[in-house]
Design a protein around this ligand. Structure first.
Ligand code: SAM
Ligand code: SF4
Ligand code: F3S
Length: 456
């Protein structure tokens, strides 16, 4: 629970507003970045609602607006500065509205100072270590009428008693660990999220049991590298798999350096665990992998793929790729393309390298032009299209279990995902959203499948 002595103060503050205006003041938290950040945003919303705020449908209605930011690539940060910049006028017209910026970018000293010094419309800047002090920060801001910055790196015990405000009613994020110890040379995450801390398996199990009891169909376990979960990740999967109910388990992310046979075995042995592994390759070239401090070789990565495919020939992998790491040559980039072709991924999330000040790679000469990086990225995606189109055909004629998660693009169509995390488009009524259906796959494209429901 995000609590503190100031909860009482905030509760009376919101009650007062309710009495005066006839309605509760509203709160709005917008999260950028990864699932972990979205999950943090749900906790902040939960904390604000506990203090008497009501969730706002849109930003303009809110009395308190918080942007929960991402710092992973430069364009993620640019976007936040631009959104905050656009709110200058809004804040002038609504001086009583509290505008906060938190998350990974706020945890970076230079970005936090820029927000405080240049963006006067921002009242509150707090980093990823300060969520537990939300009430205190707000109370200080309101009572003392002064802007607050809180970006100190400090480690409190993991809070197990939080309330999460979840907007998705059938898929739930469940963090199992926080932080990252890996220090890949291009990545800012270990600097803004701190060292790894794992939740106790009993706490994770209790939360999953509660969510399944509430009707959630998908439990999405989160961590920057679940393989270094302190209490053993394969064991956690096996433990959660014993929970009764109609649900499935996904997780993200898993670092190749310590993806083991035990992990693959647990995925394949546990009925509720999706048969899919997101394993970020980043590069297929050993020299670049070393420069990235990834601590595996292309061959090590292949070994885990080969083991999984020896047990299940079409085991589904997805991956992340960085194109244009400092000093990368075209030949080295071609090694990545060749490996991708060999492995056959169901999904590739590819990024152009972005220099992150403070990381080791930022000290290397970033000698590849943005144009060149962009061309390589296109080349990679184009070349992979053929491989993935062929690979996706394996589903045609099979029946997959699909969790239907929303309306499709055309009237009467729906969309969902199968166990392998691939989009499946189908026909059906919207009452099926949030339910599992057995779907016979009738057609495939390079990025999605088409099917018809055979059993609900
Ligand atoms: N912990 C996850 C893992 O290792 O699989 C990755 C989390 S990171 C937030 C998501 C992805 O962003 C990384 O896998 C990497 O491909 C990409 N990324 C991180 N830093 C980057 C940078 N400086 N430039 C471009 N892409 C980057
Ligand atoms: Fe970043 Fe590497 Fe940690 Fe992933 S494992 S968050 S890429 S440092
Ligand atoms: Fe996630 Fe971005 Fe932070 S990807 S951990 S929100 S830097």
């Amino acid at each position: 629970m995000i609590t503190g002595k100031s909860l009482e103060y905030l509760a009376s503050y919101t009650a007062d507003i309710r009495k005066r205006t006839g309605r509760a003041p509203e709160c709005y938290v917008h999260s950028f970045g990864c699932q972990q950040n979205v999950s943090d945003g749900e906790k902040l919303m939960g904390a604000l609602i506990r203090a008497g705020f009501a969730p706002a449908d849109k930003l303009d209605d809110a009395q308190i607006i918080i942007f929960n930011t991402c710092a992973v690539r430069e364009n993620a940060e640019d976007k936040v500065f631009s959104v905050i910049g656009d709110l200058k006028h809004f804040k002038e017209q609504h001086p009583d509205v509290i505008l906060g910026v938190c998350g990974c970018m706020a945890q970076e000293k230079s970005a936090a100072e820029k927000l405080m010094n240049t963006y006067r419309q921002v009242d509150l800047v707090f980093g990823t270590f300060a969520y537990g002090e939300l009430y205190e920060m707000l109370a200080e801001l309101i009572t003392k009428r002064r802007r607050v910055m809180n970006i100190e790196e400090k480690y409190a015990d993991i809070d197990e008693d939080f309330v999460q405000y979840r907007t998705n009613r059938f898929s739930a994020y469940v963090p199992i660990m926080y932080g990252c110890n890996n220090f890949c040379t291009y990545c800012i995450v270990p600097y803004v999220r701190g060292r790894e801390r794992s939740r106790k398996p009993e706490a994770v199990e209790a939360e999953v049991r509660r969510l399944v009891g509430e009707g959630y169909r998908e439990i999405f376990l989160l961590g920057q590298n679940v393989n270094s979960y302190s209490y053993g990740f394969p064991a956690l999967l096996r433990r959660l798999d014993t929970i009764e109910g109609d649900f499935r388990i996904r997780f993200m992310s898993s670092h190749p350096k310590d993806a083991t046979h035990e992990l693959i075995d647990a995925i394949l042995d546990c009925g509720k665990v999706c048969k899919h592994l997101h394993l970020a390759l980043q590069s297929g070239c050993d020299r670049i992998l070393k420069a990235m401090n990834r601590r595996y070789t292309a061959e090590d990565f292949m070994k885990i793929v080969d083991y999984a495919r020896s047990r299940r020939p079409d085991f589904s992998f997805s991956t992340d790729i960085i194109v244009g790491f400092p000093g990368e040559t075209y030949e080295e980039f071609c090694e990545t393309k060749a490996l991708i072709k060999r492995i056959k991924f169901d999904n590739i999330y590819s990024f152009v390298y972005s220099k992150r000040t403070g990381t080791k790679a930022a000290e290397l000469p970033d000698d590849i032009s943005d144009k060149q990086k962009g061309l390589w990225l296109r080349e990679l995606l184009l070349e992979n299209r053929e491989t993935s189109t062929e690979w996706m055909k394996r589903f045609v004629g099979r029946t997959c279990r699909v969790l239907i998660d929303g309306k499709g693009k055309t009237e009467g169509s729906l969309t969902g995902k199968n166990d392998e995390n691939i989009i499946v488009n189908l026909e059906g009524g919207k009452e099926l959203i949030g339910e599992f259906a057995d779907v016979r796959i009738t057609d495939s494209m390079n990025w999605a499948l088409k099917g018809e429901i055979v059993r609900k």
